[in-house]
Design a protein around this ligand. Sequence first.
Ligand code: ADP
Ligand code: MG
Length: 248
Amino acid sequence: MLKVNDLIVFYENAIAVNDLSLQVRSGQIVGIIGSNSAGKTTLMNTISGLILDMRIKEQRKGGERITVMGTVSFDGEDISEMPAYERAQKGIVLCRERHPIFPDSSVQENLKIAGYLRTRAQVKQGVEQAFELFPNLARWRRRKAGFLSGGEQQMLAIGMAMMVGPKLLLLDEPLLGLSPAMQNQLVDAIKDVSSQTGVTLVIAEQFARPLLPWLDFAYVIENGMLTLTGPGPELMHNPEIKSAYFGV
Ligand SMILES: Nc1ncnc2c1ncn2[C@@H]1O[C@H](COP(=O)(O)OP(=O)(O)O)[C@@H](O)[C@H]1O
Ligand SMILES: [Mg+2]
């Protein structure tokens, strides 16, 4: 479904993604595992097309030069030069790191806002689906989103991304800032999203431990380069992973 081939991304003269290739099959949960500044967000932005918008913005204000080489293809089509909004129409939706939500609007309003491009019936169905997937959101549907816990806000952000009707949902560090218990709860919610909707998931994460057992495939990156790959449960037992991510 998704293929990234020989991707290289430079910011000015610093390399953020270095000759990276990966593949995602329909229905899979695939992880991009790496510590801070490994290149995860750059990769997610390149898959979603956001990097092209960033490149244009930087060019306009005469800022740093962003260079992208290599190809991204989706359902067999080369989308490397396709703008982010067109990719979103094709079903590639990014839930960004530190997810923007509207804190003064209610949970339900946030979901509706996220579905602004969809028909009224789709919005209704989407809100129902979000409440089924995330019972906590249903409980707080009339509450201002700013009053939700960190984990619930993250669930809302994912619910909002689902409102767009993705085929491929990209989650950038969904576990960031959450307690270990909340991380487990969110991983459970993500598993439900996968099994109940069939959406394909690519998740960038530094907190590998709660996520790895559920990954059909994981790509571990360091300094923009792939260092390890394999099914999540297999990598769980890898000594390098244990020392780098589990602190043992
Ligand atoms: N807009 C930017 N301009 C310059 N360098 C950047 C920019 N964004 C990220 N970088 C650099 O690229 C590398 C990868 O960053 P990033 O993709 O954000 O990693 P991660 O999401 O894994 O923390 C880092 O060295 C970071 O400092
Ligand atoms: Mg990041």
